[in-house]
Design a protein around this ligand. Structure first.
Ligand code: SAM
Length: 471
């Protein structure tokens, strides 16, 4: 299946799908300059596109693809978005930009990833809006959602899966949403499991001790002064009854240590993931190393390294290994450590994604194996084209008699994709009066089959397969 990778970061989601096999990426979008550099370095593709950009959306309408991937940023958005149907009020909210792309290009499968808090955000409303948009406005079946008459019911926790159950020593609960198009899969959707995979099939690292590097540079060890600040802060928090503060994740006595969630927000992500490392610590304790202002601590405490974070997400030591055991993961030269931490923290755990992709593949196989000949034919039609076909069918149903639907079909056939034309051309080409041409165009515009600017029209999407559906 062909996929597009939106808000792609450094491509963790894409890599998980690639590892599952049978998925090929055809388009990517990312606005962060440094993430784009790493993405290009790893995959050879230029991801520099903005999902808010109308020109990019148009390119997507002309791209034949099946699966939409997005690990979009979690933002607050209001209910208004849903009621107004992804209009201006929601402009700029990344989820609605993605929803609009789904609306215009109708992928067969949608895969979304987000922070755990998405299900609780704004008292659960944000998540409710997302599920409602997918189920009701966009006509997708979301795995985990049940239909009780017209009511959607679901267990929020069923969307949360934790990296630690997928073979990596990181406690990283995240929200995963998998949705299948009802317009493509129809009644076959009842044949698939209604629950996301809970566990991985591979044990990549048993615990944290397996990912710690043996030779770590002094700069990762904290200065005694800074460590004292953290200790004092934690003591104050504890006295106030708070559990916050730094954490040493492999404290002695901890038999199976695992890391806390690694986060893009530098400091807190790092300080909740400190490690006790006497092997290297002994070399540096008490030494003054610039630019630190006090000597290196004598408790052998350090932050993790970018390489260790890379292992915690399955980028290093797993996602880019070839069959000979050679690891092809690397960053572009000159990428700063700060950027490396940010990019890994922002990314996903590749083995979790791989498991989700395998699940999608199994579901698709289950559904398509029972397809009729007609369903098989329809399955080949690109989403953006199917959107127009469905609109045309709807239009035909409601207006067949008085709106000369066959003229619309003729027009669709004669005018190419994304080509501007004027009403005069329609009148001439279809041999009808100018008044009739305007009438047809106006109705098509109402159905969103056509856009109109300064006296010029543009068909949203036209394809040769349209004919088959016009009988
Ligand atoms: C949580 S991260 C996803 C990371 C990705 N899943 C990975 O594996 O690295 C969200 C990403 O969305 C990107 N983003 C934000 N606004 C965007 C936009 N308008 N168009 C494209 N990407 C955007 C951010 O730069 C960020 O890298």
């Amino acid at each position: 299946m062909r996929m597009i990778d939106l808000c792609c970061g450094i491509g963790g989601i894409r890599r998980g799908f690639e590892l599952a096999g049978g998925f090929k990426n055809v388009m990517s979008a990312e606005v962060d300059k440094y993430a784009c550099e790493t993405y290009k370095h790893l995959f050879g593709d230029d991801a520099n596109n903005d999902v808010k950009d109308d020109a990019f959306k148009k390119v997507l309408r002309q791209t034949d693809y099946d699966v939409l991937l997005a690990g979009f940023p979690c933002q607050a958005f209001s209910r208004i978005g849903l009621l107004k149907g992804f209009q201006d009020t929601t402009k700029g909210t990344i989820f609605f930009e993605i929803a609009q792309i789904i609306q215009q290009t109708m992928p067969k499968v949608v895969f979304l990833e987000n922070v755990e808090n998405l299900v609780r955000h704004d008292k659960g409303r944000t998540f409710e809006i997302i599920i409602n948009a997918l189920e009701k406005e966009l006509n997708y079946h979301v795995v985990g959602v049940n239909h009780d008459n017209d009511e959607l019911t679901y267990e929020k926790s069923s969307f949360i899966r934790n990296t630690k159950n997928f073979g990596l020593p990181q406690n990283r609960p995240r929200v995963y949403i998998i949705a299948f198009s009802r317009d493509y899969y129809g009644e076959h959707l009842k044949d698939i499991p209604n629950e996301l995979p809970k566990k991985g099939t591979k044990q990549i690292y048993r615990d944290l001790t397996e990912i710690l590097e043996s030779d770590v540079s002094a700069k990762f060890f904290m200065s005694a002064g800074y460590l004292r600040t953290l200790e004092n802060h934690k003591a104050r928090q504890k006295a106030n009854g708070n559990g916050f503060g730094y954490r040493i994740v492999n404290e002695r006595g901890n038999k199976k240590p695992i890391a806390n969630t690694i986060l893009a927000t530098g400091g807190s992500g790092k300080e909740r993931n400190l490690v006790y490392d006497p092997q290297n610590g002994l070399k540096y304790a008490g030494r003054m190393i610039a630019p630190k202002k006090t000597v290196i601590n004598n408790k052998f405490i350090r932050t993790m390294t970018p390489t260790e974070w890379g292992k915690l997400q399955g980028f290093i030591g797993y996602g880019f290994m070839d069959e000979n055991g050679i690891d092809h993961f690397s960053f572009p030269e000159k990428m700063s450590n700060q950027q490396k931490f940010k990019q890994f923290g922002n990314s996903v755990s590749i083995p979790v994604i791989e498991e989700m992709a395998v699940f999608i593949k199994q579901c698709v196989n289950l559904m398509t194996k029972d397809f009729s000949e007609k369903e098989k034919e329809q399955y080949k039609i690109p989403g953006a084209q199917k959107v127009i076909i469905l609109k045309a069918q709807e239009w035909k149903k409601n207006n067949a008699k008085n709106l000369k639907i066959e003229k619309y079909y003729d027009l669709v056939k004669t005018v190419g994709v994304a080509q501007e034309f004027a009403a005069e051309k329609v009148s001439k080409q279809l041999n009808i009066s100018l008044v009739s041409a305007y009438k047809i165009l106006k109705n098509m515009e109402k159905m969103n089959c056509i856009s109109h600017e300064h006296g010029k029209y543009e068909l949203e999407y036209v394809g040769e397969k349209l004919d088959a559906f016009m009988q």
